[in-house]
Design a protein around this ligand. Structure first.
Ligand SMILES: Cc1cc2nc3c(=O)[nH]c(=O)nc-3n(C[C@H](O)[C@H](O)[C@H](O)COP(=O)(O)OP(=O)(O)OC[C@H]3O[C@@H](n4cnc5c(N)ncnc54)[C@H](O)[C@@H]3O)c2cc1C
Ligand code: HEM
Length: 444
């Protein structure tokens, strides 16, 4: 809870901070990497820095949290916090590092907003920061403890046992344990972070969903090679994994984390909806269900360019066959033909009106954000409750923060550059204009 002293200050300054939050986030990361360059070696994803997604995610999260503190203090954005904490845990973020982030964030606020930041305003935002930080530290401590690790020990060495070409641009890696530590079991839907050494001597982390239930001492993940759009470089880590990492090579991989976890104890029908490489967590969850001998009604709806690009289709075919109440429907942009034992194959984009969805189901979505937005809206139109729709985004989640912010009192606190009474901004650095809220960008 915000103190009575800070509450009105935050309420009054939310609009102007909100209007400049992206600029603050950019300035923050500039400061952070200047003072702590080591964070770009193994901790932060420089692809997400380059395309601005991480700056947007941070800005959106702080904005959503501050808005909730003021307007709905009894309903803080739990899903958003859970997702951040899981990501932090998968990177071994330590409680002590919150002081470093604090110092750089407060410096960025002061730099962007200039003299407008009076000591009272600085103190109120300091309080917001620590409320959020302690919430995250607390959740992260629980995550580490549940896994029996410390931030420093989330990483383990694994050896590549198999490299399987799934489709032209998609490769599956099966890795096996090579140290004495027990393999921490993954929950269905979770991901690992892989830390890869790059030719320039630094290490880069990337998350990959586990695409199969753990097989004793092995884990499996599946990587789509990212090609750069015009004028942009190819994806660093996916390219390297495809072209340089081979059987016998060692990889540093975190224990599994992730908030999108299948709840098969509910006994409710499960519907998995994916597009393209978004199939990976679905394949992982199906594999868990098949391994557990589930009798639940299960439906997989998948969209792809064509069947050759449908990654993991052999494994999925076998798992669907092993599940007594499972069905599969596919949509292909390039022709409605399938060699798989599917219940339905359709041309073009996924259209939910072409299938009969089970009653009282739980939905899991993964794919490009515009695809998920469209499907989620269609499901809600069909009367599905938002809480029954879970999703995974393959990048910093710009959608959740946006959604949380909009859901709350953004009605009451307007995220535009309306200067609050009593707050005069002297800095010439902060430019006025309406805030650009974190918009959905395609998952890669
Ligand atoms: C929870 C989670 C689960 C995931 N699961 C999977 C999975 O199962 N399978 C999978 O394939 N992926 C998955 N991902 C995505 C994966 O983590 C990587 O983001 C993906 O492999 C791309 O990484 P990369 O290093 O190849 O690309 P990056 O180097 O990070 O590049 C990403 C994009 O940024 C652009 N870019 C990079 N540098 C610049 C620059 N300087 N200027 C302009 N543009 C630039 C690139 O052109 C590219 O389009 C997951 C992500 C998350 C968060
Ligand atoms: C209150 C403080 C913090 C907030 C609000 C915050 C917020 C966020 C958010 C919103 C994300 C994106 C999550 C996602 O959707 O994937 C994220 C990721 C991340 N955070 Fe934090 N964070 C905080 C503290 C820290 C600290 C102390 C560190 C340690 C240096 C840290 C390091 C990271 C890293 C490395 C990532 C992944 C970045 C990427 O993959 O590009 N964060 N954080």
């Amino acid at each position: 809870m915000l103190s009575d002293k800070s509450r009105p200050v935050i309420q009054a300054t939310l609009p102007v901070v909100g209007a400049h939050i992206q600029e603050i986030a950019q300035c923050f990361y500039r400061h952070l990497f200047t003072t702590h360059p080591e964070l770009l070696n193994g901790t932060f994803n420089r692809g997400n820095q380059a395309d601005g997604n991480q700056q947007q995610a941070l800005a959106g999260a702080v904005a959503a949290f501050a808005t909730a503190l003021v307007n709905t203090p009894d309903h803080l954005p739990e899903n958003l916090l859970a997702r951040i904490a899981q990501k932090h845990a998968s990177l071994g973020i330590q409680p002590e590092q919150y002081q470093i982030v604090h110092n750089n964030l407060m410096a960025a606020i002061a730099e962007v907003l200039g003299d407008a930041v009076t000591p009272d305003i600085a103190a109120a935002w300091d309080e917001v920061y620590w409320l959020m930080a302690y919430t995250l530290i607390h959740v992260e401590r629980g995550l580490y403890s549940a896994r029996g690790v410390r931030p420093q020990t989330v990483w383990r060495q694994w050896e590549v046992e198999k490299k399987i070409q799934e489709a032209d641009d998609v490769m599956t890696f099966v890795v096996k344990r090579i140290d004495d530590h027990l393999v921490k079991p993954s929950l269905p839907g979770q991901y690992i972070t892989v830390q890869v050494p790059l030719p320039d001597g630094t290490r880069q982390p990337r998350q990959y969903s586990l695409s199969r239930a753990d097989q004793g001492e092995s884990r499996q993940f599946t990587v789509k090679r990212v090609y750069g759009a015009v004028g942009k470089p190819d994806g660093e880590v996916s390219t390297l994994l495809h072209t340089r990492v081979n059987v016998g090579d060692k990889l540093s991989i975190s224990v599994p984390f992730g908030a999108l976890v299948l709840d098969d104890y509910s006994g409710r029908p499960m519907v998995f909806i994916s597009a393209g490489i978004g199939i990976t967590p679905m394949a992982g969850m199906l594999s868990h269900l098949a391994t557990a001998g589930s009798h639940l009604p299960i439906m997989l709806l998948h969209a792809d360019h064509n069947e050759n690009e449908f990654a993991l289709r052999g494994q999925i075919r076998d798992d669907i066959a092993a599940l007594p109440n499972a069905s599969i429907y596919v949509w292909y942009e390039q022709g409605a033909e399938s060699q798989l034992p599917v219940q339905g194959v359709f041309p073009g984009k996924m259209d939910l009106s072409q299938v009969r969805l089970p009653d009282n189901a739980v939905y899991h979505l993964c794919g490009p954000v515009p695809f998920m937005q469209e499907i989620r809206s269609a499901l809600i139109k069909l009367g599905i409750r938002p809480r029954d729709i879970q999703y995974e985004v393959f990048g910093p989640d710009l959608w959740q923060a946006d959604y949380e912010k909009a859901r709350g009192p953004a009605r009451a606190v307007c995220w535009t550059a309306r200067r609050p009474t009593g707050m005069v901004r002297h800095s010439t650095r902060a430019s006025a204009g309406s805030v650009s809220t974190p918009s959905a960008t395609p998952a890669r």
